[in-house]
Design a protein around this ligand. Structure first.
Ligand code: UD1
Length: 415
């Protein structure tokens, strides 16, 4: 399996641009099958999650073409409602095909979704909500067999603002009969982006981005050409890469409001951060200071940045407390970072991080996407050689990661 070889200790500096958001593009690929007309998703990142999601809709009979970085999907002739088990097991968002297929064909057959192993990831909210819209969902082993005579609007109160469940309901309810209201909906920017795309296809959705979303079902949706928002997690990863190496970067294609929880932490850490239009400038500080993180649903600090923030804390003076309130066991990176000299004590859903003078190179293993990215950042900051194994996880979510890091002066190669 491919690995990264990193010789750490180089300050990163230069200019780079964030890609379109993975977590916006993936549900948009599911949304593309809601219409018989052509859908173009502009500027898609070249990552394996996008390829897998595209393969899922292609296997259902849609035509799928990449034209440079644009993804062109035409599902005029769907021939199946059964999601390929092999692709579905590769990716968490295969579960969104439930809502999309129910909307389009009133039938769906999928296996329990795969994706990164970051602790328990139940789909009870998805199943209960689609049931409230009129779907019959039969769980047989790890298969979900779903059908609906028709989908009808309903009032749904989520016990937790699940991102995926909010998206699944938006997909199914867009063409349901009547109005659906989601209370305690997820407010992530990618939710608003999916709603904006669906509206550009003729859907009637209001309130996306707030905790109450109203979806008035329409008979039919049409094609669209849509450019997703920038990837706030990729952007945050590069900002922290500069911060942990004592570097300085200019990051383009960012939305400040979507990344402000991280900017706050970087400032607490003594980095100098300035924002102008859609560009962020970051100059790291020599005297990095400890900071605390509590993750939560948006607008709180994102769980997807937790592992990456932990690396920054590991090389900052003082004790930082990193608490994950979304995925309580998302701390695989802590054991790997310890091999590099980080001092981290796990206590329930908290990591107590005692900053050290420096990390040292080691052989480490990516266990999931963000754990892998965090280990690369640690390798860039460390003295000596680091080998990061199992980089297939990193390639799920970062396009040309090593190439971009090299353009900023990093010594990293893929073997
Ligand atoms: C999405 C993101 C992922 C991010 C996560 C939280 C995508 C493709 N992925 O994942 O990167 O880490 O949001 O911001 O957008 N839960 C239930 N029952 C359910 C659904 C969720 O208990 O039916 C729980 C989960 O176990 C978890 C929490 O809710 O503890 C958040 O999950 P959710 O918001 O659904 O995350 P995903 O949509 O899977």
């Amino acid at each position: 399996m491919d690995k990264y070889l990193i010789r750490g200790g180089k300050k990163l500096s230069g200019k780079i641009c964030a890609e379109s958001a993975k977590n916006a593009v993936l549900p948009m690929i599911a949304a593309a099958i809601l219409t018989e007309e052509e859908v173009v998703i502009k500027n898609c990142p070249d990552i394996s999650d996008v390829k897998n999601m595209a393969a899922i809709v292609a296997a259902l009979g849609a035509s799928v073409d990449f034209c440079e970085s644009d993804l062109i999907i035409n599902s005029g002739k769907l021939s199946s409602y059964s999601v390929s088990e092999s692709f579905g097991k590769e990716i968490r968002t295969s579960v969104l095909m439930l809502g999309a297929l129910l909307s389009r064909t009133k039938k769906a057959l999928i296996s329990y979704p795969g994706g990164c192993d970051i602790g328990l990831r139940p789909i009870d909210i998805h199943i209960a909500s689609l049931g409230m819209l009129g779907a019959n969902i039969d769980e047989r082993g790890d298969k979900l067999i779903c059908s609906a005579k028709k989908l009808s609007g309903a009032k749904l109160v989520f016990p937790f603002p699940s991102v995926g469940a909010t998206e699944n309901v938006m997909l199914a309810a867009s063409t349901a009969e009547g109005t659906t209201c989601i209370y305690n909906a997820a407010k992530e920017p990618e939710i608003k982006d999916l709603a904006d795309m669906l509206v550009s296809m003729g859907a009637k959705i209001s309130g996306a981005g707030s905790s109450v979303i109203e979806i008035e079902g329409v008979k039919k949706l049409h094609g669209t050409v849509y450019r997703p928002i920038p990837d706030r997690i990729e952007a945050g990863t590069f900002l922290v890469a500069a911060a942990v190496t004592g570097g300085e970067i200019e990051l383009g294609n960012v939305k400040e409001e979507n990344i402000s929880p991280l900017i706050g932490k970087l400032c607490d850490n003594s980095c100098k951060v300035t924002v102008k239009n859609d560009i962020i400038y970051l100059r790291s500080s020599r005297a990095r200071k400890a900071f605390d993180v509590i993750t939560g649903p948006y607008p709180a600090f994102p769980t997807d940045m937790q592992a990456i923030a932990t690396v920054l804390a590991a090389v900052s003076e003082g004790v930082s407390v990193i608490e994950d309130n979304v995925f309580a066991n998302r701390f695989c990176h802590a054991h790997e970072l310890a091999k590099m000299g980080a001092e981290i004590t796990l206590c329930g859903n908290k990591a107590i991080v005692r900053g050290v003078q420096g990390l040292c190179g080691a052989e480490v293993y990516a266990h999931d996407l963000r754990c892998g990215a965090a280990l690369v950042l640690a390798g860039l900051a460390a003295k000596g050689k680091t080998i990061v194994h199992d980089i297939k996880y990193i390639e799920r979510g970062y396009a040309r990661f090593e190439e971009k890091l090299r353009s900023l002066g990093a010594d990293i190669v893929k073997k």
